[in-house]
Design a protein around this ligand. Structure first.
Ligand code: DGL
Length: 263
């Protein structure tokens, strides 16, 4: 059997990346780890995030993963370099799409929605100095978006009110591009687009990360031996069972096994 691809996040948000990876590489077996008991990472100190990410990585390596996608901007910004220096397998990280946003904006004002941990990271500041020169970049942490997604509240009056409160100030400031710099946020994309208006471009990097991961996998596939995708959570299994179909509507339930982890 082919070795699996590991995907990790602080919780359920990385399932937005799982969806892209599964769509692009349907013959690969995926092991997803959502650290929901420790979510949000975005409000934690870098050292604590690193400790959790190393623990989850050890778990994924013990499952035989050949490559790990850090489907979490906060974890990437705080830990990816340390991971690459420690383990021999490839790690694919996420970063807020400031580069494509800079190429797209006409007003010269970009809104970046991301966690506090991501916005505070050295790697994010490097990204701004490389790609954000001459642009007005307005950053905004949206921890309430993470709560909405972890609770499966992707529609309805409460989600709408929260999305409006976080998004409208950026549009009011002239942003014509919004960067979703946290993997939870794409699940709120339809609402964000509705609130921001059709002319505002909304960018996330999930599909680009899936393509990058694919380019690093060179072994031939043995699709007839594909195993089920394994989805682990340190949070509530019941919640995962309830939310998975809404977050991953294109993944048939026969293709997956859901587990609770006490990691
Ligand atoms: N999904 C995570 C990210 O991309 C963070 C959410 C959180 O745990 O704060 O940054």
């Amino acid at each position: 059997m082919n070795s699996p691809i590991g995907i990790l996040d602080s919780g359920l948000g990385g399932l937005s990346v799982f969806n892209e990876v599964r769509a692009l590489m349907p013959d690969e077996t995926l092991i997803y780890f959502g650290d929901s008991a420790w979510c949000p990472y975005g409000a934690r100190e870098a050292e604590e995030i690193q400790q959790r990410v190393f623990k989850v990585t050890d778990f994924l390596l013990a499952q035989g993963c050949k490559i790990i996608i850090i489907a979490c901007n906060s974890a990437t910004i705080t830990a990816v370099e340390a991971l690459r220096a420690t383990y021999p397998i490839p790690f694919v990280g996420m970063e807020p799409g400031v580069k494509p946003a800079a190429a797209f904006t006409k007003t010269g004002t970009i809104g970046v929605l991301a966690t506090e941990a991501s916005l505070a990271g050295e790697k994010f500041h490097q990204l701004l100095s490389t790609h954000g020169q001459g642009l007005r970049i307005i950053t905004r942490p949206c921890p309430s978006f993470v709560d909405l997604v972890e609770n499966g509240e992707l529609h309805g009056a409460k989600a709408h009110a929260i999305v409006k409160e976080e998004t409208l100030p950026l549009i009011g400031a002239g942003a014509d591009v919004l960067v979703l710099g946290c993997t939870h946020y794409p699940f709120l994309r339809p609402l964000i687009q509705e609130v921001a208006g059709a002319t505002v471009k909304i960018l996330d990097t999930g599909a680009a990360v899936a393509r990058h991961a694919k380019s690093l996998i060179d072994e031939p596939l043995a699709s007839q031996h594909k195993a089920k995708h394994q989805i682990f959570t340190t949070g509530s299994l019941k919640k995962l069972e309830r939310l998975f179909p809404a977050l991953c509507p294109n993944t048939p339930l026969q293709e997956i096994a859901l587990h609770q982890s006490a990691l």
